[in-house]
Ligand binder design. Structure first.
Ligand code: FAD
Length: 544
């Protein structure tokens, strides 16, 4: 699968194979998952396991796995397409995500030949279910602060694990766990732990706000005996596994939200088209059309970023890099996608609830569940605060290591060029003013990240539209919408940076430069909404 040279990845550059895979995955969600949503929400784990097996039989679990283990070994764009298509129901999405990504890929990417041969065929077919156990009561965001210990048994045949984990997805029925523990209380290391390991106890299910059909339990290790050959990767290098796998998880989460957003845009359109108030279908009201337009613009921005990033990673894969190396190059983009994707999901589903009025608050309507389900996405796979800190933090780390230079972007007076320039100026001002102490100024770091994220998002939309010959009017209207929103938010972030690090005349001048960014679109906002809403109506959902 490959893209024509010189183009950024986007839905318009998908190959026939990409489209066929996405159609299969979407059909699975619509025909196999949504019809049994209420049974899933009631925690019917027998059904959930059966669905995992069925997804495995269709090849959907093994997209990233090698053919010798039953996988399809496809590119990252394919992985993202499956992530998007499986996300119509939160509980299924999280269950499937743990199985295909964080529970299985540690073995695929870091396992020995024997470990892969033993575990991957079952994980790929869905006969075996996996889970990823990193979080502990005392260490969530600070994952390396884990207290779970591993010591070698006297006879040298086992690792003896003591400690506990919490909030582990799939734990209620998983057969195998990727567990992180510190050897001799010091060297952070990953282990493959079978469910029937003596000394491992799975605790009771948590009662959650959302994704209630997914399993989330604590684990307790009391002298748990793990065979020595189940150490995964290199002793003391567990952080490499933990963080690389989370990077992929973030990427998939960022693309995954698209499925839910598109689904609930279509469902909201159907609702507002059918319901009448004041003798008029809701869909005809200007404020309804504004929401449909806003939802569509948010989806378009995330979609543009997601498949651009997928394309960038695939281009790197094409140079001979492994999937792990290729993803590692794009950790900043993965964090951006995770943050902006999960936040877009929050606002899109919020609009969907509002369009349903009182019905949106009633359990009979799927959007009520979606509202509760959406919230977790800002918390797991690294909270959005941690990912915001990572965006600027990783960038600066690369500069310090000499793998990246901070060159001013080329002079470009386009809206996306101006935003990039402002982001660059804010970053440089923060670096030059605060020096190494910048890492202690979280508000500044996060505000710079917000600017970088807005720049990446807007550039992705603009570049996508530019490569479409005669882009449809709704796409141009979405672009105008994105320019206005990105510039507005970027101005606020720039004011926070300049206000925090500069004083006196320098501060006043910088604030004036930030104010000058805003591009006010020529089009009337009403006309812009109308163009987008009409396209949504014509497509009966997200237009593509
Ligand atoms: C439903 C569910 C499923 C999950 N599945 C899994 C799983 O399968 N495997 C697994 O290992 N874990 C899982 N988790 C755990 C999840 O990854 C953690 O909850 C998450 O990383 C946050 O950790 P925490 O809960 O300890 O919050 P904390 O780290 O205590 O954070 C609390 C708040 O403080 C903020 N904060 C923390 N540190 C900083 C800082 N340095 N600077 C600024 N703000 C900060 C956070 O952003 C957050 O807003 C799951 C959690 C839930 C709820």
């Amino acid at each position: 699968m490959s893209r024509p040279a010189g183009r950024i990845g986007s839905p318009e550059t998908f190959t026939d194979e990409h489209r066929a895979l996405a159609a299969t995955a979407l059909r699975f969600s619509k025909e196999m998952v949504l019809p049994v949503a209420s049974r899933i929400e009631a925690k019917d784990f027998t059904l959930l396991k059966e669905l995992i097996r069925k997804a495995g039989a269709l090849g959907l679990i093994g997209v990233d796995l090698e053919a010798e283990y039953g996988g399809l070994a496809l590119d990252v764009t394919s992985t993202l397409l499956v992530a998007e298509s499986k996300s119509l129901l939160g509980s299924w999405s999280v269950t499937f995500g743990a199985q295909t990504c964080i529970g299985t890929l540690p073995i695929a990417f870091f396992g020995t030949a024997a470990q892969k041969a033993k575990y991957l065929p079952g994980l790929c077919s869905g006969e075996t279910v996996s889970a990823y156990a990193l979080t502990e009561a005392g260490s969530g965001s600070d994952a390396l602060g884990a207290k779970t210990r591993a010591v070698k048994s006297a006879d040298g045949r086992h690792w003896v694990l003591d400690g506990s984990k919490q909030y582990i997805t799939n734990a209620g029925f998983a057969d195998v766990f990727i567990v992180f523990a510190k050897v001799d209380g010091e060297r952070f290391t990953a282990f493959i732990v079978d469910r029937d390991t003596p000394g491992l106890t799975i605790g009771a299910e948590e009662h959650k706000m959302g994704i209630r059909g997914s399993s989330t339990c604590p684990l307790t290790f009391e002298g748990a005996l793990v065979p020595v050959e189940n150490l995964l990767g290199v002793e003391g290098r567990g952080h490499v596994i933990a963080f690389n796998i989370l990077n992929l998880g973030r990427l998939k989460l960022g693309a995954g939200v698209l499925g839910s957003m598109k689904h609930h845009l279509a469902a909201s359109l159907e609702y507002v088209s059918a319901r009448t108030q004041f003798g008029t279908a809701l869909v005809r009201f200007g404020l309804t059309r504004e929401k449909l337009a806003r939802m569509t613009a948010s989806i378009y921005a995330v979609e543009s970023m997601a498949y651009r990033t997928g394309g960038l990673i695939d281009a790197h894969l094409a140079t001979g890099a492994s999937k792990l190396e290729a993803v590692e190059q794009f950790v900043i983009e993965s964090s951006i996608l995770k943050v902006l994707g999960s936040e877009a999901l929050g606002t899109v589903i919020d609009d969907a609830v509002q369009l349903h009025g009182g019905a949106g608050y009633i359990e009979d309507y799927p959007v009520e569940r979606a509202y509760r389900d959406a919230r977790i996405n800002r918390i797991f796979e690294g909270t959005n605060e941690i990912n915001r800190l990572l965006v600027t933090g990783t960038l600066l780390k690369r500069v310090t290591r000499g793998t990246l230079t901070l060159d001013a972007p080329p002079v470009d007076d386009s809206p996306s060029g101006r935003l990039k320039t402002l982001a660059y100026e804010c970053l440089m001002t923060a670096v030059e003013t605060l020096g190494p102490s910048l890492e202690h100024h979280q508000l500044v770091l996060a505000s710079v990240s917000d600017l970088l994220m807005e720049a990446f998002s807007l550039e992705s939309v603009v570049a996508r539209n530019r490569q479409l010959e005669g882009a449809a009017p709704w796409r141009k209207a979405v672009e105008s919408w994105c320019i206005e929103g990105s510039h507005h938010r970027a101005q606020q972030s720039a004011r926070r940076v300049y206000g925090s690090v500069l004083e006196g005349e320098a501060r006043a001048k910088a604030m004036t430069r930030a104010r000058a960014l805003q591009v006010i679109p020529d089009e009337s906002p009403e006309a812009m909404h109308e163009t987008i809403a009409a396209a949504v109506e014509a497509a009966r959902g997200y237009p593509s």
